[in-house]
Design a binder for this molecule. Structure first.
Ligand code: NAD
Ligand code: GLY
Length: 360
């Protein structure tokens, strides 16, 4: 098992990465001196496979869990479902000392985390991410929230978990499309922070796609280390943390205009990163050869890299991007790359340049 620490003074916490960790939820929570009562929030797909294992492990260590299952998928990330969870928490009399375990992908983690941040003005929570995307990104760093019909993650909070438990075995039951979607965030870390990691992905992608256990531990751990380092320096996104949003302005816009139904988050982010790369070539000096290498890696990972939009869809996309949280004084802010491994934040880009990159 590998452990990566998120360094946030008295709110620091460990990310534990390894095979078989789902069976250790009870033991790992036991070490945290949490209350006895807890709620496991999950979704229908994950519940089918892992409900029993998680509940047995918690009960085996003397915890008294309830289980809440939401319909699977991005469309569940709503205030209505937060309300449904509050009702269950209140009905079962969860108290200030109780805690929430978010067992699932980023949807469950974001929504479960928002419930934990707000129920009784905040109770403890533990992230047990079961998708690649959630293990390398969404479960770490404390961003929790839900979508509004008008945009992604528009209601939320910064609220750190007490522990993140990444069971690599859980990835074996993940549909391959979902696994590939997670790779979009993995590749992102190479582009924004670590050229050697990007080069390693270029060399090792076939092994990663086969989920070679040693390689997977190292890949998940490196992504978590990078995210922990960034969040440790800038928890609330005053500056540096914005680098993690590379490709997200366009990606979130695409998700919103397709009503969260067409693209998986990672797929939208893949298209968003490639569009940001083309803008970076036009505006911030990213060499064309590096744009080509990025495209090759996303493609090899089974991800889409472009989108064909009608004029009306492009207009809607630009409008959705203006609603994103990265907008400042009404101007769309981009994270752009100078080269693989180095990005700059807060770049204002004209609509003309964005339109051209979308058409290329
Ligand atoms: P998801 O939670 O919808 O999970 C993807 C699918 O995989 C779902 O159908 C789920 O039921 C299924 N699944 C999960 N684990 C499984 C397993 N082990 N075996 C079989 N099926 C399994 O999506 P996601 O890609 O994990 O997360 C996307 C969400 O994360 C988006 O809402 C995005 O906005 C959010 N996100 C948040 C942050 C953050 O910092 N908080 C960062 C990135 C993404
Ligand atoms: N995924 C962006 C962030 O955590 O800041």
């Amino acid at each position: 098992m590998r452990t990566v620490k998120v360094p946030l003074a008295d709110r620091s916490y460990p990310i534990r990465i390894g095979a078989g960790l789902l069976a250790e939820i009870g033991e790992q929570c036991g070490r945290l001196r949490l209350g006895r009562r807890c709620a496991v929030i999950s979704d229908s797909n994950v519940a089918k496979r892992y409900r029993k294992k998680a509940l047995d492990s918690l009960k085996g260590q003397g915890f008294d869990p309830i289980f809440i299952s939401l319909p699977a998928g991005e469309k569940s990330k709503t205030l209505k479902n937060v309300q449904a969870c509050y009702s269950q928490l209140a009905k079962h009399r969860l108290e200030r000392s109780s805690f929430i375990v978010a067992l699932g992908g980023g949807v469950v983690g974001d929504l479960g985390g928002l419930c934990a941040a707000t129920y009784l003005r905040g109770i403890d929570f533990v992230q047990v991410p079961t998708t690649l995307l959630a293990q390398v990104d969404s479960s770490v760093g404390g961003k929790v929230g839900v979508n509004l019909p008008s945009g992604k993650n528009l209601v939320g909070a910064f609220y750190q978990p007490k522990l993140v438990l990444c069971d690599l075995d859980a990835l074996k039951t993940l549909p391959s499309r979902e696994f590939c979607a997670g790779l979009a965030e993995v590749i992102k870390y190479g582009i924004i922070y670590d050229v050697q990691f990007f080069e390693r992905l270029e060399r090792d992608l076939p092994n990663i796609l086969r989920q070679d256990p040693k390689g997977m531990t190292e890949v998940v751990a490196r992504c978590c280390q990078i995210k922990a380092e960034v969040v440790g320096h800038d928890e609330k996104e005053a500056g540096l943390r914005a680098i993690l949003n590379f490709g997200h302005t366009i990606g979130h816009g695409l998700e919103a205009i397709s009503k969260y139904g067409r693209y998986l988050h990672g797929e939208a982010i893949s298209i968003g990163q490639m569009t940001a790369a083309k803008i970076s070539h036009a505006v911030s000096g990213l060499p064309a050869t590096q744009v080509t290498r990025m495209k090759a890696l996303f493609t090899q990972a089974g991800l889409p890299t472009e989108v064909k939009l009608t004029t009306a869809q492009t207009r809607n996309l630009l409008a959705a991007m203006r609603l994103d949280k990265k907008v400042s004084d009404g101007e769309i802010q981009f994270v752009l790359a100078n080269k693989i491994g180095k990005v700059v934040i807060g770049q204002k880009v004209s609509e003309k340049v964005i339109r051209k990159a979308l058409l290329d």
